[in-house]
Design a protein around this ligand. Sequence first.
Ligand code: HEM
Length: 95
Amino acid sequence: MIEFTHRVWTVVVTILVIATTIFAWRRYRWPNKVTAFSTLTFVLLLCQVILGMVTVDTRTLPIAVTSHLAVATLVFASALTTAIVAIGSRGIRNT
Ligand code: HEM
């Protein structure tokens, strides 16, 4: 049940991160802080998924589990920063 919930949330988070990144590139373009942080979140999410697979393949080897949790924290921090920067630059483009 926990594994299933984790899988469902993984899909939901991935869809939301991809949607945010596409939106940021269309709305704010480059160079822009919102685009930079949303793209960083997307790249970190890819690392997170790979680490999730490593966690399963190594049968929850401590270093893999710890790395997976550490990157999850970075994904959260990066997504939060994207939101803060987006709220801070509402109505302003290409800054
Ligand atoms: C953005 C957040 C996260 C993503 C995208 C993600 C993604 C994944 C993926 C793709 C897998 C391998 C496939 C699977 O069995 O479901 C996995 C496995 C795992 N993840 Fe995550 N994960 C995230 C956050 C977390 C967090 C916060 C924790 C712990 C507090 C965690 C703990 C685990 C564990 C223990 C496994 C191994 C499951 C098993 O042995 O079946 N994950 N994760």
